[in-house]
Design a protein around this ligand. Structure first.
Ligand code: ATP
Ligand code: LTN
Length: 330
């Protein structure tokens, strides 16, 4: 069985881009492979969230993941900071990641341009991500398009470590879906849908109430012309058609044929209703789960225990290989 692993940030409400590009694939993977999914609260610190907000978002994102169908009985689901080995391996690996290569990370360049205090943690963010992945000897990492560069760095760091200290880490493959790996912002179809977008109107959250979804779709930016086709010169319409295709299970060419001669307003009306129906069961399950936060914490604790068993073993091997003196048994 392949080892599959991925992480998600506890920032804001997770959006339909996260669901289409990543989470829905994890739900399928958990029945096929040995799956590890976690909430990256240590990574979230790089964006300087308030303490109360971070604690609350972490629990909410756990509920969203379970509502989407991640089942703690069928996968290992935990909070990153509960397994201290992530941070420890990151320190070791930070000595194998070059300053130059970290400086070239596009996410670092984008995010640092928007922050007042650019912390060293934002710079070494991809090193912590490499530690997350390598700590579990991961074969496959299902993620959206924006994570491709971080996965390449992870492989480079793993190769460097193996070359210097002997075969220790598995080289992970990124698994990026062909359709929906980059859902765009409804207000700006040249930018990816994101939690940190300028306007919340461009982002459909997984647990948005139906009226919010109707409004966001209604005011979505469109392209010039009237044709409903997924062409490169029609990025806004192509994005709406992609979301429609995923939500209805109908291939894009079928949708293009069905909307021939119709207007943007027709597409938007149908899209809003399709998205509402697509997300309805998730929102309902989310409300149920949020009524019992104690149970969410309990499930996360079970997950942390399972994850730590693997992580502790791999970290001990790494410490040994790099020459850290073992602590004498008492
Ligand atoms: P931000 O954009 O504010 O940094 P985020 O919305 O990307 O946050 P993450 O927790 O970082 O949220 O992402 C979780 C998963 O969702 C990752 O695998 C990521 O690649 C994927 N993803 C994020 N945005 C999109 C998108 N617009 N389309 C498809 N997949 C996405
Ligand atoms: N950087 C990722 C989140 C993340 C992750 C990981 C994804 C942290 N560690 C390990 C896959 C594997 C993001 O911003 N989506």
């Amino acid at each position: 069985m392949a080892r599959v692993l991925s992480g998600i940030q506890p920032t804001g409400d997770k959006h339909i881009g996260n669901y289409i590009g990543a989470i829905r694939h994890w739900v399928v993977d958990q029945d096929v492979d040995d799956c590890f999914f976690f909430i990256v609260d240590l990574h979230a610190l790089t964006a300087h969230p308030g303490p109360a907000e971070l604690r609350e978002s972490t629990l909410r994102v756990a509920a969203v993941l379970m509502a989407c169908g991640l089942d703690p009985d069928r996968c290992t689901l935990w909070v990153q900071s509960h397994v201290h080995e992530h941070a420890e391996l990151a320190w070791v690996l930070s000595n194998l990641a070059a300053f130059g290569e970290l400086s070239r990370m596009t996410q670092f360049k984008d995010k640092s341009a928007r922050q007042q205090l650019v912390g060293a943690g934002l710079f070494t963010y991809p090193v912590l991500q490499a530690a997350d992945i390598l700590l579990y000897r991961t074969d496959r990492v299902p993620v959206g398009e924006d994570q491709r560069q971080h996965l390449e760095l992870t492989r480079d760091v793993a190769q460097r470590f193996n070359g210097r200290f002997g075969e220790t880490f598995v080289l992970p493959e990124a698994a990026i879906p062909k359709v929906g790996a980059r859902i765009m912002d409804l207000q700006d179809p040249t930018a990816k849908m994101s939690t940190s977008a300028e306007s919340p109107q461009g982002t459909i959250n997984i647990v948005d109430p139906p009226d919010d979804i109707r409004k966001k779709v209604r005011v979505a930016v469109t392209d010039s012309g009237r044709e409903i086709v997924a062409r490169e010169d029609k990025p806004a319409i192509a994005n709406l058609l992609t979301i429609m295709s995923v939500a209805t299970g109908r291939p894009i060419p079928d949708l293009e044929a069905a909307y021939e001669g119709k207007g943007y307003g027709d597409l938007k009306g149908d899209l809003a209703e399709a998205v509402i129906e697509y997300l309805r069961p998730i929102r309902e399950r989310y409300e149920e789960l949020m009524a019992d936060p104690e149970e969410i914490s309990r499930l996360l604790e079970v997950g942390a225990g399972k994850a730590q068993k693997v992580a502790a073993e791999v970290l001990a091997e790494v410490y040994e290989r790099v020459g850290l003196l073992p602590r004498r048994q008492a």
